[in-house]
Design a protein around this ligand. Sequence first.
Ligand code: HEM
Length: 415
Amino acid sequence: NKEVPHDKGLDNSLSLYQEGYQFIQNRRERYDSELFTAHLLGQNTICMSGEEAAKLFYNTELFQREGAVPKRVQKSLFGIGGVQALDGKEHDHRKKLFLSMMTPKEAKKLGELVLGKWEACITEWEQAEHIVLFEEARKVLLRTACEWAGVPLNEKDIAEKADDFTALVDAFGAIGPRHWKGRRARTKLDEWAGSLIEGVREGKLEVKEGTPLYTIAFHYDLEGKLLDTHTAAVELNNVLRPIIAIAVFITFEGLALYEHPQYRTHLTTDLEREIFAQEVRRYYPFGPFLGAKARKDFRWRECDFKEGQLVILDLYGTNHDADIWETPDQFQPERFRKWNGSLYNFIPQGGGDAATGHRCPGEGITIEIMKATLDFLANKIDYEVPEQDMSFSLVKMPTLPASGFIMDHIHRKVL
Ligand code: HEM
């Protein structure tokens, strides 16, 4: 690999933790190369970025997921036995389960549900001194996700469950207490989801056919067997957790509306809300990168990929790639009016085709929930934004505006 830049150092994991979202982009600029090698997580790793790199990464003949996700991430963020680490026929079959639950019709339903839940908050917010958007969003999304999924939820459990789901996501990129908090939350949430699955299978818990809880409880694997309780629990949480995680994008929506108030009056049509939501997903950081393992030896861009080698694709950097985006570091929703719709150049939730690869099956849901929330924030309420620390770190992964976005003097808009 003489021509491929190598990032010097015995182990660059520390730099990864110090530079966070910008680790790959910084080196891409330094070496002027769309890929480089580095010693990361104890192994010689290829890091790559950009549209062509994304196309390569999603070629399932060249890459597999099994063995690529570190155990510490499986034991916190993803859960063990879930769709993320499957390959081939097993992945195809499990992915169909997800896609069957996440149709455009269901996404619309979730958008409507969430708008109703936001509107139900107004009276309480009018009395409150202030609210923190991130905190409110987590609760609203937990209620929405459970109602949609057919999962019973006690009002008294909401704060704890919201914390536990957040802890799973927060464990990514964490070492020490944040990681362990995520692992404890994972054990609790998988036990809870497992008891729901068993309750449904044993007929003790009634749930409507067609809800995700029902669909997962009675999903058959390729051998015609029901998923074991633990795997079914992990997959149920693979539906609930990411819906609650949309709170991060919602908090960035609050920030974007504050930083770019000129767009507020535009958000009266579905199309305008859509391009704004897309730009929030592009501009603000959430998922930093993804890992896969080379299935075999091959050469690409003068670089020798070795069977079993870890390869990392830069999501945040690709969304800020100047070869793809004009003025990538400016927030400009209009750019999505003329976006070419490529499956590989805009990848906040992964790239490629969700039906055949690992791309997130929840993008439709995410966008509908973000659009409904924009409708609420721009058209249903008036509010003020007090002095606060809205800065967000590009080192901590995942990140969030420090204040969680505080709003006060909230009133229902009189139409
Ligand atoms: C996969 C991000 C919302 C369910 C992924 C991946 C990313 C991602 C980066 C990995 C893609 C890959 O491995 O190639 C996000 C973000 C979301 C979000 C940033 C917004 C907060 C959702 C929602 C759902 C969902 C709302 C479901 C209700 C999943 C599942 C996978 C996945 C099941 C695994 C797919 C597979 O391995 O085949 N998501 N996602 N996500 N997402 Fe999302």
